[in-house]
Write a new protein. Sequence first.
Length: 125
Amino acid sequence: MKTKDKGDLAAAQAIAHFVSSGYEVSLPIGDRKPYDMIIELDNALFKVQVKYAGFYSGSKRFKAALRTMGGNRSFSTVKKYTATDFDLLFVYTENGRKFLFPWKDIENRNSISVEASKFANYEVK
């Protein structure tokens, strides 16, 4: 799968999770925002960033990069997320597991290895 396809799959899984949990889901037009969707429950709004965690055989872990990357053949850009860019981080792994993190709880903001035992409480069904 191409990178964009992986992101689309993760977003679809996030939408399915939130809708089946009773949330309203809103999607911004375009990709200029640092979040992928807004969820609403009982008049409370939360910005959500969605990531796909692929399996890296070298580390034997499912990892997701916590940054945006873009560009073309002439240049590339990398932008790290700030503390206020979104409220929740939804991670969908290559093997079908789903995790939901309050962004404020994530200390290392470069990448996340979601199968680490310290993140077990963040897994959602």
